[in-house]
Design a protein around this ligand. Structure first.
Ligand SMILES: Nc1ncnc2c1ncn2[C@@H]1O[C@H](COP(=O)(O)OP(=O)(O)OP(=O)(O)O)[C@@H](O)[C@H]1O
Length: 261
């Protein structure tokens, strides 16, 4: 095992090609233990692709280490205990009920050919309650609204009990109340359990309120990185999103408002 210098995630020169096309181009990215880093960038910048590679879900070139261990050398169960990924549109087994779907998060803890323990069932109950999902436990996933389903995907990842959470647009389908509730919950878990969070988000103000640091990706490359105030500047957003914005100082970070040119 190599050292990671206190980094939960250490990404060095990450390069990903999809069907021969260069999508992520030499990205360096570190996330300290317990830190929240949010990757922003215009549509097609390569955010989801980078996240999927970091979660061990895509082949890549370069190095990705989770607490010092190369992700591509981890066994599936070992990886699932270290890192949980919430994808934008997870594939859902047909006719599955919410409780059983969230229980899938406990798979790495269930012995092969074994059954889930009472402790596994308790974890699922706890996570469902924390995300306001208890009334939906017996419902089939396809009967839920988009926002309810998005909370179920997060519930499954939390049930996994991993120390690192990768969240790809975790609040895109949520109303403003649930958006705040979910992000506050993740932030509370981060404080209580020392969770490390790497997220992507399109809502720049919300992204800036929760992140310790931000990384701006454009054309598969890191074009800015630093605190929210350093990254969310009018100049950066004009150059990479082609939008005129007003940046206002908020209580928890810069607030970004697009204005007509
Ligand atoms: N199999 C593929 N072959 C070629 N290009 C692909 C393939 N899959 C995805 N892409 C392209 O890779 C680019 C990056 O996609 P990705 O989903 O990582 O971007 P993103 O930054 O997450 O975008 P968004 O904000 O729209 O979710 C996009 O332009 C997409 O069209």
């Amino acid at each position: 095992m190599t050292t990671s210098g206190g980094h939960a995630i250490a990404v060095d020169d990450l390069t990903v090609r999809l069907d021969g096309t260069l999508i992520v181009d030499g990205v360096d990215l570190d996330v300290a233990d317990g830190e929240w880093v949010t990757v922003i960038g215009p549509n097609g910048a390569g955010k989801s692709t980078a996240l999927r590679a970091i979660g061990g879900l895509l082949p890549f070139k370069g190095a990705i280490r989770l607490h010092g261990t190369p992700v591509d050398r981890m066994h599936r169960r070992e990886r699932a205990k270290a890192i949980a990924t919430v994808l934008q549109s997870p594939v859902v087994p047909p006719a599955m009920r919410v409780f059983d779907y969230v229980l899938l998060g406990r798979t790495p803890y269930i012995p092969p050919l074994g059954r889930e323990s009472a402790a596994d069932l308790d974890v699922v109950d706890e996570v469902l309650a924390a995300l306001d999902l208890t009334p939906f436990a017996r419902r089939r996933l396809e009967t839920l609204s988009g926002g309810e389903r998005q909370r179920v995907f997060l519930a499954r990842a939390l049930a996994q009990g991993a120390g690192i959470l990768l969240l790809d647009e975790p609040t895109s389908a949520l109303d403003i109340g649930h958006q705040q509730e979910v992000l506050e919950l993740v932030d509370r878990l981060r404080a209580e359990r020392g969770l490390t969070v790497l997220a992507t988000m399109h809502d720049l103000s919300t992204a800036g309120e929760y992140a310790d640091r931000m990384v701006l990706l454009a054309g598969g490359r890191v074009v800015a990185a630093g605190t929210p105030a350093e990254v969310l500047t009018g100049a950066n957003l004009a150059e990479h999103y082609r939008v005129k914005v007003r940046v206002i100082e908020g209580d928890h970070g810069p607030l970004v408002v697009a204005v007509r040119g």
